[in-house]
Ligand binder design. Structure first.
Ligand code: GAL
Length: 367
């Protein structure tokens, strides 16, 4: 049975399901049918998406909404068929953390025909008019925080000797990755240009638009480890040491740190300054061990709260609150967005920001 006929058959079945679920009441006059939400997350292999999905699902269930939560193993086709199933299953609102933000045009056309509202979650969906809202963190600021951290900690303005530096960027199919890179590179490129930061591998994009030349597909730790192994073995002979690394997130940083360990680098001796993002448990442990200098923390509970609010406002037919109606043009339209604040977490801030706030348990990070 072709994907199309299977989808039409599912649609018929779904229509029946909708009429069945309309009776149970959701808060504020919205019916359960109105608050029928399909959530798709990119993968379970990266810690944050598990938290993001389960947090939002729990809030919606508590509000007696109908919820379907799916993870797509970083496979675009799998995510598309999950969304098709949710459309057929009667979803009225879709929350999508896309794998490839440019691949969802056709399935979102189907959603639009059903007057289904679409919220892009954390990552923008591109090249489609059928995205209603976007909720995320200030992605450009994530990069600015990483770049500024290195600039200040390395004292780049007063540096008298060149510093060996390597840069990485995120997955080429992730719209966020270019914002992360641009935020960091707008701070760091001037120092590369004037030779304060030297890039022995030569992998230093001349402009933000070239970010994919150093992008690591799928944000995979094993790929960043292999790339760092290659850079160290090809460009760091004769005692030359890397002194700083721009890693756009924690999953890439953990791979880079593994590569440095196997190359014999030692914390307290010649270990470089490494950035990160997300506040993953393994990386918070690395920060406490001196193997990572910082992570940009994004309290995903706040993102869940914001998306929950958007869903409630949509379900009740109210105006949806946004705070940015200019930054995120997806190639077809500027998508009304709500941006949340990212924060820098260093060793001395782990307790107050991550543990005391309940984001992580002390036992998660060996405290
Ligand atoms: C980005 C996300 C980051 C990081 C990365 C890898 O889109 O904003 O927080 O998790 O994906 O999953």
């Amino acid at each position: 049975m072709s994907q199309k006929t299977r989808f039409v058959a599912l649609l018929a079945a779904g229509a029946l399901a909708v009429s069945m679920s309309a009776c149970s009441g959701a808060p504020g006059g919205a019916t359960a049918a109105d608050c029928n939400v399909g959530i798709t997350m990119p993968t379970r292999s990266l810690e944050r998406w598990i938290n993001d999905g389960e947090q939002l699902q729990a809030k919606l269930k508590e509000a007696t909404c109908t919820v379907d939560l799916q993870y797509a193993d970083d496979k675009v086709d799998q995510q598309i068929s999950q969304i098709q199933n949710q459309i057929a299953g009667g979803a009225k609102i879709l929350v999508i953390a896309s794998i490839d933000g440019t691949a969802l045009g056709p399935v979102l056309e189907e959603a639009a025909k059903q007057k289904i509202k679409v919220i892009a979650y954390d990552r923008l969906i591109n090249k489609s008019p059928n995205v209603d809202y976007y909720a995320t963190f200030d992605n450009y600021k994530v990069g600015t925080l990483q770049g500024t951290f290195l600039k200040e900690q390395l004292k780049l303005d007063s540096a008298t000797t060149p510093i060996n530096f390597e840069a990485f960027a995120g997955s080429p199919d992730d719209n966020n990755a270019k914002f992360f890179f641009s935020g960091a590179w707008d701070v760091l490129l001037p120092y590369v240009t004037k030779g304060t930061l030297v890039v022995p591998s030569g992998k230093a994009p001349k402009s933000n638009d070239e970010w994919t030349t150093i992008g690591i597909p799928g944000w995979k730790s094993d790929k960043s480890q292999a790339e760092m192994d290659n850079r160290l073995s090809s460009n760091y002979a004769g005692g030359k040491k890397v002194q700083a690394v721009l890693s756009p997130n924690d999953s890439l940083a953990i791979g880079i740190e593994a590569s440095l360990k196997s190359a014999g680098y030692k914390v307290g001796t010649d270990w470089p300054m490494i950035t990160g993002q997300d506040g993953d448990k393994a990386n918070v442990k690395a920060i406490l061990a001196g193997e990572q200098a910082m992570t940009v923390w994004k309290d995903t509970r706040k993102l869940g709260d914001r998306v929950f609010q958007m869903i409630q406002q949509i379900s009740k037919g109210e105006k949806v609150e946004v705070n940015d109606e200019k930054t995120y043009n997806n190639g077809v339209k500027v998508v009304p967005s709500f941006l949340l604040e990212p924060e820098v977490v260093t060793k001395d801030l782990v307790q107050s920001k991550l543990i005391d706030s309940g984001f992580l348990k002390a036992s998660d990070v060996g405290l």
